[in-house]
Design a protein around this ligand. Structure first.
Ligand code: GDP
Ligand code: MN
Length: 379
C-alpha cells in the first residue's frame, strides 16, 4: 500500500527523524495562513501517490505568505502522472548545503532488506541509478541482526567525509531502518536527506510503501489508505478480494491461484501474445468474484479477448461458470471469451457454458492458443 509523503513524514518523526514543520491544506488561502504561522520561506508540495513531483512542477519554494498562496493555487490545479492534486503540504523550507539519498527496500536477489545511500541525492536519483550506479552504495541487512551502529556509521562515512555531519546522518539511517521494520515497509526512502550550512540534518521528503500482507497488524496504517489515489479497478479488486495487476497486453486473464495465473501469462507469451493483466480470483470463489473480475478486465480498453483458466479444487467450476453467465447477463461483453474449466464439477460447468453458447476449450494449451489468436484479430 502506498501512503502520502505527509503520512510517511509523521511516521519518521515518530521514530525520531528531524522533519521540518508542516501542515496539510486543500485550499490556497489555508496555505497562506500556514505560511504566515511558520514565518519565513516555505515549500509547497503536491501530495499524490507519484514520484518526480519536483520535475513535474509540484514542489515550489515560496518566500512569503502571498507567494505560498499563489504557488498552492497553481499546484492544487495540477495533475501529476494522471493524479489530480487535492492536497498540498506547506512546510518550513530548509537551507540546503547538500542533498543525499537514503533508502531501504526488500530485495529479492539477496532475500534481505537492502540499505542504499548516495551522496548524489535529489530529483535525479533515477538517472544516477541508471548511468552511474557506482554512486549508490548498497548494504544488505541481515534481518535477524538489524542494522548495527557500525553499519550505519560506515554507510554515513561513505557519503559524507565530515565526521560530525556523518554522525548525524548515521543517526537518521538507524531511525529509518527502525521505521522500515516497525511498520513493515517494502520500501522506505528519504530523498533528499539534507544537511544545512549550519550542519543540521533534515529529512525533507519521505516515501513509504507498506507490505499489504502486514497491514492486519497495523490498523493505524491501514487507516491511512487514500482510496482517492486508487484506480477504480484497483479499488474493485481490493473490495472483492482479488489480486489484480494491470499490464499492457491484449489477453485479459481470469485465473484461480497465483501460480496458475503466472503460468497462464507465461503460456500466453509462449504462444506469441501478451497478457493484459494478472488476476487471481483466489480459492473457494463465489460467482460474485467472477462478476467483479469480469467488470475489472472489461474496463481495460486494451483487452481484445478474455481467457478464463480455472483449475477446480476448492473452487468449483460450476460456480465460476454461473458467475460468468450472470456477469454476462448483467453486462454483455464485447470481446470473445475463451473458457477452460477443469476439475471439481467440470461436467456441470460445461453444461452451463453450453446452455449459454459459451465455448469451453479442451485444454490449457488449446485455450491459450485460441485466446492469443482472437486477441490478434481485434488489433
Ligand atoms: P520529489 O521530486 O517528488 O521527490 O519531491 P522532493 O520533496 O524530493 O522535492 C524535490 C526537490 O525540491 C528537492 O530535491 C529539493 O531540491 C527541492 N526542495 C524540496 N524542499 C526544499 C526545501 O525545503 N528547501 C529547498 N531549498 N529546496 C527544497
Ligand atoms: Mn524526493
Amino acid at each position: 500500500m502506498k501512503i502520502h509523503e505527509y503520512q510517511a513524514r509523521d511516521i519518521l518523526r515518530r521514530y525520531g527523524v528531524a522533519i521540518p514543520r508542516y501542515e496539510v491544506v486543500s485550499d490556497a488561502r489555508e496555505a497562506r495562513r500556514v505560511a504566515a504561522e511558520i514565518g519565513g520561506p516555505v515549500v509547497v508540495k503536491a501530495q499524490v501517490h507519484a514520484g518526480g513531483r519536483g520535475k513535474a512542477g509540484g514542489v515550489k519554494l515560496a518566500k512569503d505568505p502571498d507567494e505560498a498562496e499563489a504557488k498552492a493555487r497553481a499546484i492544487l490545479g495540477m495533475s501529476i502522472k494522471g493524479l489530480a492534486v487535492k492536497r498540498v503540504i506547506v512546510a518550513r523550507a530548509v537551507d540546503i548545503e547538500k542533498e543525499y539519498y537514503a533508502g531501504v527496500v526488500v530485495d529479492r536477489a539477496t532475500k534481505k532488506p537492502v540499505f542504499m545511500v548516495s551522496a548524489a541525492g535529489g530529483i535525479d536519483i533515477e538517472e544516477v541509478a541508471r548511468e552511474t550506479p557506482e554512486k549508490i552504495i548498497k548494504h544488505p541487512v541481515d534481518p535477524a541482526k538489524g542494522l548495527s551502529a557500525g553499519d550505519a556509521a560506515r554507510l554515513a562515512a561513505a557519503v559524507e567525509p565530515r565526521p560530525g555531519i556523518a554522525a548525524g546522518i548515521a543517526d537518521v539511517l538507524a531511525k529509518l531502518y527502525a521505521a522500515f521494520v516497525g511498520v513493515d515497509c517494502s520500501l522506505a526512502e528519504i530523498n533528499p536527506l539534507v544537511v544545512t550550512p549550519a550542519g543540521d540534518v533534515w529529512a525533507i521528503d519521505a516515501k513509504m510503501n507498506i507490505d499489504d500482507n502486514a497491514l492486519f497488524r497495523h490498523p493505524d496504517i491501514e487507516a491511512l489508505r487514500d482510496t482517492g489515489e486508487e484506480t477504480r479497478e484497483d479499488a474493485l479488486a481490493r473490495e472483492a478480494g482479488l489480486s489484480y495487476v494491470k499490464l499492457d497486453g491484449k489477453v485479459g486473464c481470469l485465473v484461480n491461484g497465483a501460480g496458475l495465473a503466472m503460468t497462464t501469462m507465461d503460456l500466453i507469451k509462449y504462444y506469441g501474445g501478451e497478457p493484459a493483466n494478472f488476476l487471481d480470483i483466489g480459492g473457494s470463489s463465489s460467482p460474485d468474484k467472477v462478476v467483479a473480475a469480469l467488470d475489472i478486465i472489461t474496463s481495460d480498453p486494451g483487452v481484445r479477448c478474455i481467457l478464463v483458466n480455472i483449475f477446480g479444487g476448492i473452487t468449483r467450476c460450476d460456480d465460476v461458470a454461473n458467475g460468468l453467465v450472470s456477469a454476462l447477463a448483467a453486462k454483455p461483453v464485447k470481446v470473445p471469451i475463451v473458457a477452460r474449466l477443469t476439475g471439481t464439477n467440470e461436467a456441470r460447468a460445461r453444461e452451463i457454458l453450453a446452455e449459454h453458447e459459451l465455448v469451453a476449450a479442451e485444454s490449457m494449451d488449446d485455450a491459450v492458443q485460441k485466446a492469443v489468436e482472437l486477441s490478434r484479430r481485434g488489433a
